[in-house]
Design a protein around this ligand. Structure first.
Ligand SMILES: [Zn+2]
Length: 228
């Protein structure tokens, strides 16, 4: 077995040994003050499968949650699919980002510095077109009219509906698959009718989208895909 760990001995601790994986994937054992080393070793041995699995998962998560570097080969989401980026600098050509043939092309002298700006502007433009069009579609389908539709830079909220029926959607939604975007749109439109998350509200959603729970789950599980 090859596991490094730190032991924290505590006089307050009475009997149990516990283990914890820290943010930088280090194993920390908390044990009662006089626990023999052999006992701690045995404990680690017993838990080694769990330890390896947890450390592995932490490492994967930290890769997934990393923010973008805007370098060639990096993948960017658009409507639920990911596409590679190619960065270059051509003085005489137009600066900025284009999406062409399933690839992003970014022309700038300083991609690390300017990359996020260009991607955010591009995503916002696409979000405006796509989301407005889908809001119109569901608006007439459900006979629910929003006063105004705004695209925001919200990081945690995908959408919202104000007391006077103004809808807001995060531009980040445009990275998600179309059926997920539709779910958020139906959800916010339904708040025009029902300004809460009561059972009655979810009934209305279910009538339009029987699979809505899957979409809600997807949004929770795929947060890391929206980081720029
Ligand atoms: Zn809601």
């Amino acid at each position: 077995m090859n596991i490094n760990y730190t032991v924290k001995r505590s006089r307050k601790r009475k009997r149990t040994i516990s283990l914890q994986i820290s943010d930088n994937s280090e194993l920390v054992i908390a044990a009662p003050y006089f626990t023999p080393v052999a006992e701690i070793n045995r404990f680690v041995q017993e838990k080694q499968n769990w330890i390896h699995k947890t450390i592995q998962k932490r490492k994967e998560d930290s890769i997934k949650n990393k923010s973008k570097e805007y370098i060639t080969g990096e993948m960017f989401y658009y409507l639920g699919e990911s596409f590679p980026l190619e960065t270059f600098f051509e003085q005489n050509e137009r600066k900025g980002l284009v999406f062409w043939g399933n690839r992003f092309y970014l022309n700038t002298a300083d991609a690390a510095e300017k990359g996020m700006f260009y991607f955010v502007s591009w995503y916002k433009k696409k979000a405006k077109q796509h989301i407005r069009q889908r809001v119109d579609f569901y608006s007439s389908e459900l006979k629910l009219r929003a006063k105004n539709v705004k695209i925001t830079s919200a990081e945690k909220r995908w959408g919202s509906c104000s007391a006077d029926d103004n809808l807001s959607f995060s531009f980040r939604l445009i990275m998600a698959p179309p059926d997920i975007i539709d779910y958020v749109i139906v959800h916010e439109l339904m708040h025009i009718k029902e300004k809460n998350h009561s059972a009655a509200f979810w009934k209305l959603i279910e009538a339009v989208m029987p699979e809505y729970k899957m979409h809600r789950r997807w949004l929770k599980d795929n947060n890391h895909k929206f980081i720029l």
